[in-house]
Design a protein around this ligand. Structure first.
Ligand code: ASN
Length: 482
């Protein structure tokens, strides 16, 4: 009898403890970064919401454990960087637990196991790794599949092309720009089940367990809560329900299309809200950063024609440094690099908002060019005028204000308009840090419906219309000032 009671207690205890298993939250809200298109783990449905196993799982765990989350979907590579730079607290993105990653991440218990596998077009003759000689294989940057490809490259002699997101990679395969892709098996198999004309000629290779991760040594309570929540969901059957929702036959699809998205009209009808919000971000980025750039640019431009050598030198260094660094690197440096650096000194995470980082990068970049426009404009006014005015005893400042600048401004105006158009186009570059402006919005939509031709055409027209309207407006303004 005693033995029976003991056995009962032993069986009941874990179940009981699972039911009440909760860890303590520390932050009021946790930011979770994820991939942008990695169905069935994470993808956008036709209502423009991110769904998938990972999305449902993290939400269910947060609910079970009583913590708040905010999810961002910048893509796998950007999500990894976001966690490392402290922009996000954790990452859930079908992420494989590899030994290399254990050096920089702490992982939760595993919730899936995946292989990496080669995918080719249905019509392809590639049947083994040997057949890949001199062929190009696409892979997402920063993934375990990429590590596999790099390690085996010399053995099989293929070229590797890296992509920042799954949709552009699969698009490239469909258009024949690359010959094969390497991706997680469930993802490739899922896309085939969704009607993609692809096949997997070679058996997959294990790349490890799939788990949730935080930056090594940070947010330990988040891992604890994830593990407890996962155990609870496994015990109460909810985890299996989530898996079935996406993996069982007839499961939720990427294309539960309510509106036909194969036509331009359908695309606009279904996505206009998203596109307009992307356009809003693009305009805000361009206008705010250009306003700041004009102030900084004029200051450095004036420095560059100053009679003081030190000011000229400061201006020269500013222009040379900023102009010498590609905008994308500048944005990445501000968004990921600087917070990472600050953390390594202070030990505190100090993330910067992506919009702020994008604005700073665009402002600095445009300011360098505006400084040159200002210098060029002022220097185009004949020196004789300054000399004549000074010899009449008029001060440098007054001569500048009354004689030189009015003429120089007229010369500069067309260049300012030009620079503004460039600044607006440059906003697309800062989408690299995961900022969802107009271009990134379009890419996210394509990730869902693969309508790259029509969607990029829509984007091109959006930019064309906006830029034409704004340049018209600027030209009018220019005339008035003249
Ligand atoms: N399984 C991939 C990796 O861990 C993740 C992904 O592509 N989202 O590298």
């Amino acid at each position: 009898m005693k033995k029976k009671i003991l056995a009962c207690l032993l069986i009941l205890f874990p179940i009981f403890s699972l039911g009440i298993a909760k860890a303590d939250t520390v932050k009021s809200k946790y930011i979770i970064a994820s991939d942008s298109s990695f169905a069935p783990f994470v993808f956008q449905n036709s209502n423009n919401e991110y769904t998938g196993i990972d999305m449902d799982l993290i939400k269910a765990i947060a609910k079970d454990q009583g913590f708040e989350i905010e999810i961002t979907n910048p893509g796998f590579d950007a999500a990894i960087s976001a966690v490392q730079a402290g922009q996000a607290d954790g990452i859930i993105a079908g992420m494989s637990v590899t030994d290399a990653r254990k050096a920089t991440f702490d992982f939760s218990d595993s919730y899936y196991t995946a292989n990496t596998i080669l995918g080719v077009k249905e019509s392809s003759t590639i049947a083994s790794y040997e057949d890949l000689k001199d062929k190009t294989v696409g892979v997402k940057n920063g993934t375990a599949s990429q590590t596999f490809l790099t390690e085996n490259q010399s053995k099989y002699g293929y070229k590797i092309k890296t992509f920042s997101d799954g949709s552009s990679m699969y698009d490239s395969l469909n258009t024949g720009a690359i010959d094969a892709v390497m991706d997680d098996e469930p993802v490739l198999k899922y896309s085939i089940s969704q009607g993609q004309k692809l096949k997997t000629p070679i058996a997959g290779t294990p790349i490890g367990e799939t788990a949730f991760a935080v930056k090594k040594g940070t947010n330990p309570e988040l891992i604890q809560m994830f593990n407890k929540g996962l155990a609870n969901l496994k015990a109460n059957g909810e985890f299996q329900k989530i898996l079935d929702k996406y993996l069982a036959s007839g499961a939720a699809t990427t294309s539960t299309i309510t509106v036909d998205e194969t036509t331009i009209w359908g695309l606009l009808q279904n996505n206009y809200k998203q596109l307009l919000s992307g356009l809003g971000i693009t305009l805000a980025l361009a206008l705010i950063s250009f306003a700041i750039a004009i102030v900084i640019g004029i200051i450095f431009g004036m420095f560059s024609v100053s009679p003081y050598k030190s000011l000229r030198l400061i201006s020269e260094i500013f222009v040379d440094v900023v102009r010498g660094i590609p905008l994308m690197i500048l944005a990445a440096f501000i968004f990921w690099g600087i917070p990472n650096f600050i953390e390594s000194i202070t030990g505190h995470q100090s993330p910067i908002n992506d919009f702020v980082a994008g604005t700073i990068a665009l402002s600095l970049n445009a300011a360098a060019y505006i400084a040159e426009i200002v210098r060029g404009g002022i220097q185009a006014v004949p020196v004789g005028q300054m000399e004549a005015s000074r010899s009449l005893g008029i001060s440098y400042g007054k001569t500048m204000r009354k004689i030189i600048l009015p003429q120089a401004t007229k010369l500069m105006l067309p260049n300012f308009v030009n620079q503004f158009v460039i600044a607006l186009k440059d906003t697309t570059i800062v989408s690299a840090i995961g900022l969802v402006e107009l271009f990134q919005t379009g890419k996210i939509i394509i990730a869902r419906n693969y309508q790259s031709f029509k969607m990029y055409a829509i984007l091109a027209i959006f930019y064309l219309v906006i830029i034409t309207l704004l340049t018209r407006l600027a030209k009018r303004l220019e005339k008035r000032i003249r």
